[in-house]
Design a protein around this ligand. Sequence first.
Ligand code: F6P
Length: 282
Amino acid sequence: MEAIFKKLEEIALKIDNLIKNGESGYSQNSNATGDQQLKLDIQSDIIIEEELKKLSNIHSIISEEKEDIVTINPDGEYTICYDPLDGSSIVDYNLSVGSIFGIYKGRLSGENIVASYYIVYGPRVEVVKTIKGKKPEHFRLINGSLQKIADISMDEKGKLNAPGATQKNWYPHHKALIESLFQEGYRLRYSGGMVPDLHQILLKGGGLFSYPGTTDKPKGKLRDFFEVIPFALTFIEAGGGAIDDKGRSLLELDPKHPHDTTPCFFGSNYEIERVKVAYGCK
Ligand code: F6P
């Protein structure tokens, strides 16, 4: 897998350069889920596909920006599912965004993720690499290469609350949960980019990021293979939790379609227990 991580480091540099110097604004195209694509979405996707195609150990790639699976090498071992530029609707307003990669071995399912990797393009470029069974590692791009900062371990409880989705469509039990955390003193931290929002919760030791099912979107918005399962691996290996609205670990997801979505909750253990109680899972 080292060759994959090396390639992802090169991709981080290229996409960072693209964000800083590329064209802003929307293209005329829509992606597989019907979202209108930014020029940066399309170009990031091209960069990643071109680079990953150079690796012989990759069986196939699946992009959030494409409908179909692209087979690279029938003898390859890994499938990489990626969101080339997550949170791209805020990039043109100069907020932080990210790229997310899930590396799977065998049949595509939550239990077969073997590593995840995300890049945050913010005031600094940072990376979190997680190999199943090991603590996530935090890196920063310094003078053109990644330097390790630390392993990441979450505390039992945090102070941040990042509640996603349209509030008027939240179910009453979800609204009650979010309000009760604010009553306990949690502070609102939600930028609209899941990569920087989850990164902040991880590095500050804890809190809750939620993207629930809502009355208009009962299955939520965040995509299982590109967003939810890769972050679930990171939170769980950091000692926190990642569950759906039934209280199941997000690593037990077994999506039927590459673009399936699920309600999801990521946090430290105290907040994840609170979600389970609020959703009637305990
Ligand atoms: O991928 C979708 C995304 O942009 C995430 O990065 C982010 O957390 C979420 O959507 C924001 O959605 P909403 O504005 O509905 O809370």
